[in-house]
Design a protein around this ligand. Structure first.
Ligand code: SF4
Length: 440
């Protein structure tokens, strides 16, 4: 057991009186040492039962928890991914092993306020905001300090600044290997003189880091969505001018970008948490533009095959969410940090099909008559009255982003359950999952 586990306090606003919230269940995959208060025994039972019955993850249908008047449909895949668990493990290990040292994070470790707040409460200090605003000058760092690089990775320029202060940027590096895989792919095709078209949000930490690593070997242009990819395709095909590109994408081009030279050979990579279907559509659109311009025979000289840069967790969570909403439901609750890119894409999928609320924790689910939620497009907090369906039974579709602790999803479920008179007891409903999980 992680030495700190005995000292850690539960997260605020969790139903900690709930007996199911306090145990850690074994997981068959690589084990990371994640604090128990981020886990949920209820969710672990559901996940373990599914893993037992479908070890190859072929069945994407949701797990159904039928409480009588309310039925929860939970996505086959959601919650902490490999990269997030790895980062949490490393950060808490730094706290455990070096209580005497100053510990800094370059910025938010992951996009979940509960995890970041817990680290701050334990004395970790953030050097920058998630938008890149400096909170603590790099010049104040000392060689003995610990600086944790978050799961998104960081830029070569920041690594240089740390080294200048005598701080090793590799010693406590939690950069996700799936992000590094994108960097490697960028370097690989960059060395072959392909320009990198990076599908991402220009000021997201991961895209800033990938942009920095990619431009070491290649010219880079960042496109936010399909609409921007179409503008780029127009420039490739000559229906828009080079001057248009230099102006419209001014803050999204690598230095010295020359449209005449740099749009002859391109390859698409992405910020790992973008909507997978959108990355695929962008790649298809740009490939078609290159084919139209250069013909089929030499297409591979103008368009690099990069189809394997999507992250497994993003893929799994999005395909599971698609299966979840295809199964139907009356209302969807998506749990995660409001600045979490991967969570906002799950919201985007759900809201096409049913009323959907993006909540950060159970606290947002105020009552059956009021829910607080986040509008990720307008970046604004909203309140909606009478969000809970009146019909009985009704179905709640439930999922969470890759940076959301399972304990938060459980707390949302328990909170909603408390609003539904006559619901069956949790233990009775979970009995079948517990039996299935115990055969694992
Ligand atoms: S979402 Fe994917 S790339 Fe991002 S931390 Fe998780 S596993 Fe890594």
């Amino acid at each position: 057991m992680h030495p700190l586990e005995m000292q850690r306090q539960p997260l605020p606003n969790l139903p900690c009186g709930h007996a199911l919230a306090q145990r850690t269940l074994p997981r068959p995959m690589r084990q990371f040492d994640v604090p128990v208060f981020y886990r949920s025994s209820l969710i672990a039972q559901v996940k373990d039962a599914r893993r037992t019955s479908d070890p190859r993850k072929r069945d994407l249908s949701p797990s159904v928890l039928d409480f009588g008047p309310v039925r929860f449909k939970i996505a086959r895949h959601f919650g902490f991914c490999y990269g997030v668990e790895n980062a949490i493990d490393i950060a808490y290990r730094a706290l455990d092993k070096h209580p005497d040292k100053r510990i800094f994070l370059l910025s938010e470790m992951i996009h979940n306020p509960h995890v970041n707040d817990d680290l701050i409460n334990r004395g970790v200090r953030f050097l920058r905001t998630t938008q890149g605003e400096q909170l603590i000058p790099f010049e104040t760092l000392e060689a003995d300090d610990i600086v944790i690089v978050p799961a998104f990775g960081t830029t070569l320029e920041v690594e240089e600044k740390l080294r200048a202060q005598g701080v090793d940027p590799v010693a406590w590096n939690t950069t996700c290997p799936f992000v590094e895989k994108v960097w490697k792919k960028s370097e690989q095709i960059g060395r072959k003189q392909y320009t990198i078209v990076l599908h991402g949000k220009r000021y997201h930490e991961e895209t800033r880091a990938t942009f920095s690593h990619a431009r070491k070997e290649a010219s880079v242009v960042v496109v936010r969505d399909l609409e921007e990819a179409q503008l780029l395709a127009d420039v490739i095909l000559g229906t828009r001018s080079h001057a248009f590109l230099l102006d419209r994408f001014a803050d999204r081009l690598s230095e010295g970008f020359d449209p005449a030279r740099d749009l002859e050979r391109i390859g698409v990579v992405n910020q790992t948490t973008m909507l997978a279907t959108e990355t695929a559509a962008i790649a298809a659109l740009l490939r078609a533009a290159m084919r139209e311009k250069y013909g089929d025979a030499t297409l591979d000289q103008h368009f690099a095959d990069t189809s394997d840069t999507l992250c497994y967790a993003t893929n799994e969570n999005q395909t599971a969410t698609q299966a979840l909403i295809a199964d139907g439901g009356d209302v969807a609750l998506v749990v995660g940090g409001y600045n979490s890119s991967n969570t906002s894409h799950l919201v985007e999928l759900c809201e096409k099909v049913m009323p959907t609320y993006f909540v950060s924790s159970a606290e947002d689910v105020v009552s059956p008559h009021l829910i607080q939620h986040f509008d990720y497009r307008a970046k604004a907090h909203r309140e909606t009255s009478d969000w809970m369906p009146e019909k009985r039974p009704f179905e709640v579709v439930l999922t969470a982003g890759a940076s959301c602790p399972d304990a938060l999803l459980e707390a949302v479920l328990i909170k909603v359950l408390g609003f539904v008179p006559g619901a069956y007891p949790v233990e009775a409903v979970m009995a079948s999952f517990a039996t299935a999980a115990s055969t694992a």
